[in-house]
Design a protein. Sequence first.
Length: 116
Amino acid sequence: MANTFKVKSNDAMPTSASTPLTLYTVPSSTTAIVLGLILANVHSASVTASVQLVSDTSDTETNQTTWLVKDVSIPVGSSLELLSGSKLVMQTTDIIKVDCSVSAKIDASLSIMEQT
């Protein structure tokens, strides 16, 4: 089993406001541990941001799409650190999506460790 630390980043998310854009999808035969997520407001005004966990993995329970944060305000020139001090385990095909109230105004940086 190999552990690989990675960063996934995307500037100017999402392409269209109120349409969550994929930041990361867990590859096949991989488990990912999210170590942190930073969202930065690159707009000239305050924005609201949301982050979704999309999970369709088959398990003994039903995994569904959930919000990690919903419509949180990020002031001009500020950033928001999500999952500070917590970890999020993701399975193959799970997805992290980012949305913003204004298109192309959130920069996102995701730190993960992939186990293969």
